[in-house]
Design a binder for this molecule. Structure first.
Ligand code: 13P
Length: 246
């Protein structure tokens, strides 16, 4: 099966820098069979839609509002993102959970908003270092997943991917071992089975994210149950990200 590689630009580059980045990136991935997705600041959507429409590369937002429209200064709605040509949105990244005080309920609401306009969701979940060391990872992920996916029908899960990103591995250069990731992905699939069905769990794409680099990416992408990678810092270098995608 074709793997996914998602590049999360976070709050980096200007639109013109992103355009120059694509000048370098696009020729490098010409024959690459990976499903590539850029999760971009909304300011970059016009460049993405112009430059990526003739490619197989998709783009998406890093967050959307839990509201449809109205008095939400500074926010961007599901319809706005979709209308710009985006196909995806990240939801519940640990940085938006923390900085924008997202709650499990608002994350659930954002997922519902995304699905309403056919935006595919990359739902980020992950444990703290304390939860990992006290063996509470599964419990923490279960709490996050139970509320995030509450009220959804099984057929809606086909538009959702889960990105397992341990909070302590984001931007730190530290990663879980491949065995720890494999076990955690199995835990995630067990939680999906409990909330939905075995079939739903089997079909669910689970990505790994956190301190992925050009040199460690292949060991993570080969892990049983892992359908791809969510890359932060290393996606900002066009050559490195192209190599990760390849
Ligand atoms: P890093 O790859 O920089 O650790 O970031 C991971 C991440 O947060 C992707 O969403």
């Amino acid at each position: 099966m074709k793997k996914f590689v998602v590049g999360n630009f976070k709050m980096n580059t200007t639109p013109s820098q992103f355009s120059s980045y694509l000048d370098e990136f696009l020729p490098r991935i010409k024959d690459c069979k990976t499903n590539i997705i850029f999760c971009l600041p909304a300011t970059h959507f016009h460049v993405a839609s112009l430059r990526l429409s003739a490619t197989n590369i998709k783009f998406g937002a890093q967050n959307i509002s839990s509201e449809k429209c109205g008095a939400c200064t500074g926010e961007i709605s599901n319809e706005m993102v979709k209308d710009c040509g985006a196909d995806y949105t990240l939801i519940g990244h640990s940085e938006t959970r923390r900085k924008f005080k997202e709650t499990p309920e608002s994350i659930n609401q954002k997922i519902i908003r995304a699905l309403e306009v056919n935006l595919k969701v990359i739902l980020c979940i992950g444990e703290t270092k304390y939860e990992r060391t006290t063996k509470k990872t599964k419990l923490s992920l279960k709490r996050q997943l139970d509320t995030a996916l509450k009220g959804l029908y099984e057929n809606e899960l086909r538009n959702i991917m889960i990105a397992y990103e341990p909070i302590w591995a984001i931007g730190t250069g530290k990663t879980p071992t491949p065995k720890e990731i494999e076990d955690t992905v199995k835990d995630i699939k067990d939680i999906i089975t409990d909330n939905f069905t075995v079939r739903a769990a089997e079909k669910m794409n689970v990505l790994y994210g956190g301190s992925i680099t050009e040199s460690n990416c292949s060991q993570f992408s080969k892990i049983k149950g892992v359908s791809g990678l969510l890359v932060g810092g290393a996606c900002l270098n066009a050559k490195s990200f192209a190599n990760i995608c390849k």
